[in-house]
Write a new protein. Sequence first.
Length: 326
Amino acid sequence: MDSVLRKVVVTDWTFPDLSIEEEILAQQNLSLVGKQCKNAADLIALVSDADAVITQFARIDSTVIGAMRQARVIVRYGIGVDNVDLDSAGARGIPVCNVPDYCMDEVADHTLAFILASTRQVVPNVLHLRTGLWGIATTLASMQALSNLTVGVVGFGRIGREVVHRLRAFKCRVLVFDPMIPSEQIKEGGAEAAGSFDHLLAESDIVTLHCPSTLQTRRMFNTAAFAKLKRGAILINVGRGDLVDSAALMAALESGTLGGAALDVFDPEPIPRDDAILKMPNVILSSHIASASPTAVRKLRESAANIALKALRGEPLPNIVNAVKA
């Protein structure tokens, strides 16, 4: 690396500090500048002279990317990259990288926690006991064993495969819909390939989402999709909030089309304080924390810093998601 002091910027973060990133980058005489950017003006001022940009949730749109005079890489803290304009970055020749493998176990575990809590009605029964009552808090029909159910998994990437691996222990039927994966691979992974998205909807008692947010998948769970589900089915979403049409979700819950939902992601985030979903008794909520564990967060931060370091060294980059050659 040349003697010029290179600058890596972090646009926003949810960690206590940036000490892990600082330790990695300081060893290579790199300057790290972090700012919790609140708007486009903050972002433009921060990234204009950056050699590498690391971002978490800040919206890196075409205007922000256009202000980057010398950036060699944009790195996303996480798997999804829907907050980064990939086309604009590609047009500028800036590779965008993610960290796709840092939290597979955590998210898969969270998915199973949601599924089991929903089928065994854990939350309603806890609340029931806390009021001083005894007995089943819900109808007997809502207390289900997974071995009697069909679970539909949308998306068979790293996390989807881990979810299927865990579900096999519960002896349920597992259907997978992923048009990018050959049915033979799905079968080898321990599941049955759904013939179509509609086939998965019609057959599943539980549907869990593990696909990225793309033009093809955004709002894929809309009014039409909910109408094709088994009545009383349960929706699990630990993927991306915009995979689900929020208004259609509320309507499905209120009508009984959906028997329940368990959600870690939302559209928008954070959930507005007056959102009716916060009061739905058949909905379990968590605040986009499915990926969280000390091990996962450390791996995420180390990976992001090391990708920035590789870019400034001129080394091949891993996990480029916008087809730009580094």
